[in-house]
Design a protein around this ligand. Structure first.
Ligand code: BJW
Length: 253
């Protein structure tokens, strides 16, 4: 058994987790905060201090200043490459191992869920490790390292960009359909470390609620609440999720 935990888990939630037939999880930047990655709405530091992420993550920003936007993603790619999955990521992988049906929908582009061994992961906003051509919209695996920033597409000469979804762009259609399906058919839906400000991802929670799922919100900025159809847990996901797994199955993550 673990030491007495400071994290308080409502007993009804432990039962709901053990009994759930189908679990869907939506994660946002907060799940990776304890891996040292700044959330999207944290103030930026260093060279990037004077820029707001919302002003860089658009195709207009890229068209205006492709070098600036490419370098911002290069900086974040390096941070994300160095980051390690935290106990919150590990706990979600553990829940997947116990669940009959489990879908993890993430808005994050950092790949940390997969590195923590989560299997059924839907990436709504792309992945920072992939690159695509801004003109042709096709994935590009390699290009000439001739020092150009951004580099150019080896096929058409267009500029290369990260394979992520910027504001005003559509989400990958099939992936979003699968996420909707998971939200509609789950009986337990977790919303973890997301501000719920960015659509259409934010609506998944409401979709699940309307379809009758019990909703669990884990965030640093929620009022604690425990009712049979809504649990709000205030605190770091990297502490709450491992404690939940421990209480449900005595698993240590
Ligand atoms: C912790 C914690 C810890 C911290 N433990 N918690 C309907 C209404 C209004 C507007 C729209 C609408 N539909 C569409 C729009 C427009 C737009 C939108 O939503 N705008 C809003 C700003 C209002 N949406 C779009 O444009 C989307 N496309 C679309 O809808 O296509 C159709 C369309 C096409 C053309 C025209 C119109 C529509 C695309 C959205 C793409 C979002 N892309 C980004 C960038 C990805 C690449 C990158 O990372 O650079 O995705 S923006 C950014 O926000 C990123 C994130 O994935 C996303 C969500 O942020 P997230 O994850 O919630 O992070 P934070 O930082 O906001 O919150 C962190 C939370 O964690 C906080 O709550 C903390 O408290 C918490 N936390 N530490 C637990 N340890």
């Amino acid at each position: 058994m673990s030491e007495q935990s400071a994290v308080s888990i409502p007993p009804g939630l432990v039962e709901a987790l053990r009994g759930a037939k189908s679990i869907a999880v939506l994660t946002g930047a907060g799940i990776s905060a304890e891996s040292g990655l700044p959330t999207f709405r944290d103030p930026q530091t260093g060279l990037w201090e004077k820029f707001r992420p919302e002003d860089l993550a658009t195709s207009e920003a890229f068209q205006r200043n492709p070098k600036l936007v490419w370098e911002w993603y290069a900086h974040r790619r390096e941070l994300m490459g160095q980051a390690q999955p935290n106990p919150g990521h590990a706990a979600l992988a553990a829940i997947e191992r116990h669940a009959a049906t489990f879908t993890l929908v993430t808005q994050n582009i950092d790949g940390l869920h997969q590195r923590a061994d989560s299997r059924n992961v839907l990436e709504l906003h792309g992945n920072i490790t992939r690159t695509r051509c801004f003109e042709e919209d096709t994935l590009v695996e390699s290009w000439s390292a001739n020092g150009e920033v951004p580099p150019h597409c080896p096929r058409c000469g267009g500029l290369l960009r990260p394979d992520v979804v910027w504001f005003g762009e559509s989400l990958p259609e099939e992936t979003f359909e699968q996420a909707l399906e998971a939200a509609i058919f789950c009986d337990l839906f977790f919303s973890i470390g997301t501000s719920g400000l960015v659509e259409p991802a934010a609506s998944l929670t409401e979709v699940a609620r309307r379809a009758g799922a019990t909703i669990v919100v884990i965030n640093l900025e929620v009022e604690p609440l425990a009712s049979p159809d809504l649990y709000q847990l205030n605190g770091p996901a990297g502490q709450i999720l491992p404690e939940l797994v421990r209480q449900a199955w005595r698993d240590e993550v």
